[in-house]
Design a protein around this ligand. Structure first.
Ligand code: F6R
Length: 611
């Protein structure tokens, strides 16, 4: 939540900051602002609304040119989205400007202390206290790094901060605890940002900043210390995708592009997972074979779509490894005193790798000595860094707020973990695992084949444009798919939508069915014992007036409904990767026909770095 970017170099900072903010807008989009250091002063423009509002304001009244600056795009936590709560925030003497992502938990105490010293606050945010404190500390020593270290020692909660100061025109300073911040190393210019997408069109060289660290940048140097001033050595990495991956490339929305990228994303997720002897290799797992053999339980944690991916993965991991798998919402996990031992494997699933609920659940698991593997799409993010091992999903940047290609690749990656465990524990022979991998390898072509013929979803979206409520039904692996379909429709089209396990219908939800109620049904495979039961469920709801839209395999001739949506046939465990596609498209088209912002739905943000 909140995107932050800082620039220092030999060019004017404003264009670099605006281009960074455009790439970070997915993180929050209820207000935006930038501050530039120019002529010994800090010049600031900030506006409530999307980035476009700020851009227009800057066109009418440009900021003076300056070679160091900071920019912010906000997802409100403390204080409504109005101009005065937008970042950057300035100290009362107008000597420093800061931007912040996260929550300062002790801001009330700090604010009262500052008010007793006569400070007046111009916003309702928690972040403004940082500007005031930094102004005071900077006034004492005129060393911005020292000042930032001292301020950080006083802050409770989560933060990434970037600041500039009028008497240090050649310095850009940042700090982080539990919130993301990366350095981009350019030629005669350097960057600080929430993620690499902000500077990818300038440089692919990046540095990870660790927990509780302060980073001091000039145009051509970078030094890192902890909050006590002890020098730290950062880890450099190369960004593996290029700027075009973070552009729309002719698609009307990032979500449309990301849906169409799913064949490639799944193929890329499977890349490099086999060694020359045909063994499944997950090099990044970093657990010894003995440790894997000792595992007696798996717990998967995640939020939202990542949680649904975990629910699907449970079927595969249990089936292949014969280990019991629990799936838990990360936000609930640590509050129920879960039973965790050294032999528990916790799998944390997160596209962003920064979701605070998942990070906190992961830490709880580690405190209890569990082994933790993460499944993540963002290199160097907090969750993979704090895990014993990581499987990167290799899906490329996902910019639209709604998860699509990340979701599919999370399922694939979790399946790979299940197969890996099964092979090491001797439950599956190498050739059995290879056969399953071959079937997985057929998915990109099947996904592509479905996506090429998916036009019909637009008509359905138009037909149900004004529906009061839409239900989703599934069974077995189709149940989490139903939940995912309902989540997508809620978050994008703002329609009331609920997913059910179809077997539960008769225990209550069937009362919701009335004349015309649209129900999307994920039909189990023809050879599944659940197929006929689902057919009966469809008859039950149609008899009560429901309009059932049945997502079913192309070879399932038993389904003759004119409302059938045909997907390529696949083994039961892989069916979710196909069945979810029409649901993604239905939510997408519904948002478009209802006139909503597909990529940036209201009240949401891509990376949820608060609990
Ligand atoms: C829904 C969606 C969210 C995320 C959830 C977890 O389309 O995208 O529900 O799945 O916020 O995010 P990550 O995977 O970054 O931890």
């Amino acid at each position: 939540m909140c995107g932050i970017v800082g620039y220092i170099g030999n060019s004017d900072a404003t264009p670099a900051l605006l281009s960074g903010l455009a790439r970070l807008e997915y993180r929050g989009y209820d207000s935006a602002g930038i501050s530039i250091l120019s002529g010994g002063k800090i010049a600031t423009t900030k506006r409530a609304g999307k980035l476009g509002v700020l851009v227009e304001a800057l066109k009418k009244k440009p900021l003076p040119a300056g070679k160091v600056g900071i920019g912010h795009t906000r997802w409100a936590t403390h204080g409504s989205p109005v101009d005065r709560n937008a970042h950057p925030h300035i100290d009362p003497e107008e000597k420093v400007a800061i931007i912040h992502n996260g929550i300062i938990e002790n801001y009330q105490v700090l604010k009262e202390e500052l008010e007793r010293l006569g400070h007046y606050f111009s916003s309702d945010t928690d972040s403004e206290v940082v500007a005031h404190l930094l102004g005071i500390e900077y006034g004492k020593s005129a060393d911005l790094t020292d000042a930032m270290e001292r301020v950080c020692q006083r802050l409770h909660g989560n933060f990434s901060l970037v600041a500039i100061a009028i008497d240090s025109p050649g310095v850009l300073i940042g700090a982080r605890r539990n919130s993301p911040l990366v350095v981009g190393l350019g030629q005669g210019e350097n960057f600080l940002a929430s993620d690499v997408s902000a500077f990818i069109s300038f440089t692919k060289r990046a540095l990870e900043i660790g927990q509780n660290q302060v980073v001091t940048l000039t145009a051509d140097s970078c030094s890192i210390s902890d909050f006590n001033g002890v020098t730290q050595s950062p880890r450099e990495f190369q960004v593996t995708w290029d700027a075009s991956a973070a552009e729309k490339n002719g698609f009307p929305h990032f979500m449309a592009k990301e849906i169409m990228e799913q064949p490639k994303a799944v193929a890329d997720c499977l890349l490099g997972r086999m060694d020359e002897n045909g063994h499944l290799t997950l090099n990044e797992v970093r657990l010894s074979d003995d440790e894997i053999r000792d595992i007696d339980k798996v717990i998967i944690i995640g939020c939202g779509s990542a949680y649904h991916a975990g629910m699907i993965a449970k079927y595969g991991i249990e089936h292949w490894s014969r280990l019991p798998v629990e799936v838990e919402l990360a936000s609930e996990f640590r509050y129920r005193d879960p039973i965790i031992t050294r032999n528990t494997l916790v799998i944390a699933i997160s596209q962003s790798g920064e979701t605070m609920d998942t990070l906190m659940a992961l830490r709880h698991a580690k405190d209890q000595r569990a082994k933790v593997i993460s499944i993540c799409n963002t290199y160097g993010a907090s969750i993979p860094r704090e895990s014993d091992g990581v499987i990167y999903t290799q899906a490329g940047p996902e910019i639209a707020v709604a998860s699509t290609k990340a979701f599919l690749t999370q399922i694939v990656a979790a399946y790979l973990v299940g197969l890996y465990i099964a092979e090491i524990r001797g439950i599956k022979f190498i050739d059995e695992v290879r056969d399953i991998l071959e079937e997985l390898g057929e998915l990109p072509e099947k996904i592509e084949r479905y996506l090429e013929t998916s036009e019909r979803l637009k008509d359905l979206a138009l037909e149900f444009k004004s529906a009061q409520s839409i239900l989703f039904l599934g069974r077995h692996v189709g149940f989490p798919v139903a939940l995912e379909g309902a989540l997508k429709l809620k978050e994008l089209a703002y329609m009331h939508a609920v997913g059910f396990a179809a077997g539960e219908l008769k225990h209550g939800p069937i009362a919701l069915i009335e004349e015309g109620t649209p129900v999307l049904v994920i039909m189990p495979n023809l050879n599944s014992p659940l197929h006929d039961k689902m057919v009966s469920n469809v008859q039950e709801i149609e008899a009560r007036g429901a309009r059932a839209i049945i997502i079913t395999a192309e070879n399932d001739t038993s389904i003759t409904s004119p409302r059938a949506i045909r997907i390529p046939d696949a083994p039961t465990l892989f069916q979710p990767l196909l069945a979810v596609l029409p649901l993604q498209l239905f939510a997408y088209e519904s948002a478009v026909v209802r006139g909503y912002d597909v990529d940036q739905p209201r009240n949401l943000a891509k990376s949820v770095t608060v609990e």
